[in-house]
Design a protein around this ligand. Structure first.
Ligand code: FAD
Length: 440
């Protein structure tokens, strides 16, 4: 593949943001090239993120299947996207030089260039990730044996998901978190129930705790911690320590400074509401720009960005992007938490329904969880929906649709839901928001 002829669109990065943007651009009739250094498409998400972590949550067999049978390349061929495997770097705002993995150098030209280079693991000061005893999520997906003791630093969704995987396989898991709460973005009431559920599964939490030192000179790892507010130090021992303290935008070697693309203090590329950077013809999408660092958000960015390039209208509302923690039970949410609604000073109502009162959940003996809906007191417009349930990540989409169409809780409650399904809990919680539920 060569890109010497000018493209309408060049995408740097073949993750969920990049490959979706490339396919959409080609579908819109634009001549498109996608450059990916890994040699495989799907980015962090498919290679070391969403898919392997969920497949590992499910079974290691599916992990193998998922990583070996992705038809991304076929998708590109079908849509006539030119695919260049190699590391891209800007030589001008309309030219990217690529050192291909076949060892050749080439220059790809584009009228429009989309940066979709994603993000990378972030460590903590003084901690070196060796991917053996001190691992990132990438190393935690590939441990050769089940660690007897696993310490997870950081109680975000990645840490809790990976902690759950190894906990279920027999590790003693302790999660160390600087903040007073796990998953800070979660509704506090749901978070409390979620933490209790994880504790029942024997996950231990040390909140408001700071990691101050790490020692790998012996067989295992010794981690020195102290209270976040200062105080006596303690030493924890583990076979493996997982550092899951967030991810950073990845733009190394891309040559952003060469063409003058602006970034913020933490290295995220600044874009306007059309995904355009300050340099004409250069755009950015996905984890490398501000907003939720999620695969589906990157995909939406990609589609909207090429729609703008093609002279159409694109739109992504970051306030309506669902978030899911894929533990068991799962926790899914869309819109505002109760704390956010309070902070806005909006008068609101809350409707809740526990899965213990849902016949399908009881029938399958998996009834831990709840639906919580927040709606404007005056207009009944839904402001936020939070679900903890075995399949919350699927159930949430009815709420995502409702919120996107400015529905009221009564709108959901008056829609006929099939029986017996877990979705009935959402209908009942909606009834509880403006009136009373039937089954409790
Ligand atoms: P990426 O997926 O990071 O892709 C960027 C691509 O660009 C990479 O393939 C990289 O090799 C390539 N690249 C970078 N620089 C260059 C260059 N100069 N030249 C050529 N190629 C380059 N999100 C969810 O929505 N759901 C989940 O369940 C979920 N689980 C996760 C679990 C884990 C363990 C991790 C780490 C992440 C998870 N995420 C999840 C987040 C998700 O993976 C990211 O939000 C998503 O992959 C971002 O997509 P992207 O296209 O912006 O970037």
């Amino acid at each position: 593949a060569s890109g010497s002829e000018e493209n309408d669109v060049v995408v740097i990065g073949g993750g969920p943001g990049g490959y979706v943007a490339a396919i959409k651009a080609a579908q819109l009739g634009l001549k498109t090239t996608c450059i990916e250094k890994r040699g495989t498409l799907g980015g962090t998400c498919l290679n070391v993120g969403c898919i392997p972590s969920k497949a590992l949550l499910h079974s290691s067999h599916m992990y193998h299947e998922a990583t070996h049978s992705f038809a991304g390349h076929g998708l590109f061929k079908k849509n006539k996207v030119n695919y260049v495997k190699g590391y891209g770097k800007f030589i001008s705002p309309s030219e990217v030089s690529v050192d291909t993995i076949e060892g050749v150098s080439t220059v790809v030209k584009g009228k429009n260039i989309i940066i979709a280079t994603g993000s990378d693991v972030k460590s903590l000061p003084g901690i070196t990730i060796d991917e053996k005893r001190i691992v990132s999520s990438t190393g935690a997906l590939a441990l050769q044996e089940v660690p007897k003791k696993l310490i997870v630093i950081g109680a975000g969704y990645i840490g809790l998901e990976m902690g759950s995987v190894w906990g279920r396989l027999g590790s003693e898991v302790t999660v160390v978190e600087f903040a007073p709460d796990i998953v800070p973005s979660m509704d506090a009431e749901i978070r409390k129930q979620f933490q209790r559920s994880l504790e029942k599964q024997k996950m231990k939490f040390m909140l408001k705790t700071k990691v101050v030192g790490v020692d790998t000179s012996g067989n295992g790892v010794k981690l020195t911690v102290e209270p976040a507010a200062g105080g006596d130090q303690t030493t924890l021992e583990a076979d493996v320590v997982l550092v899951s303290a967030g991810r950073s935008p990845f733009t190394a070697g891309l040559g952003l400074d060469k063409i003058g693309v602006e970034t913020d203090k933490i290295g995220r590329i600044l874009v306007n509401d059309r995904f355009a950077t300050n340099v004409a013809g250069v755009y950015a999408i996905g984890d490398v720009i501000p907003g939720p660092m999620l695969a589906h958000k990157a995909e939406e960015d990609g589609v909207a960005c090429v729609e703008f390039i093609a002279g159409k209208h694109g739109h992504v509302d970051y306030d309506k992007v669902p978030g899911v923690v894929y533990t068991h039970p799962e926790v899914a949410s869309v819109g505002k938490t109760e704390e956010q609604v309070k902070a806005l000073g909006v008068d609101y109502r809350v409707g809740k329904f526990p899965f213990l009162a849902n016949s399908r959940a009881k029938a399958i003996d998996d009834a831990e969880g709840i639906v919580k809906i927040l709606a404007d007191k005056e207009t009944d417009k839904i402001l936020g929906v939070h679900i903890m349930a075995p399949n919350a990540g699927e159930l949430i989409h009815e709420a995502v649709l409702a919120i996107n169409y400015d529905a009221s809780s009564e709108d959901i409650a008056r829609v006929c839901h099939a029986h017996p399904t877990m979705s009935e809990a959402l209908k009942e919680a909606a009834m509880a928001t403006y009136d009373k539920p039937i089954h409790i």
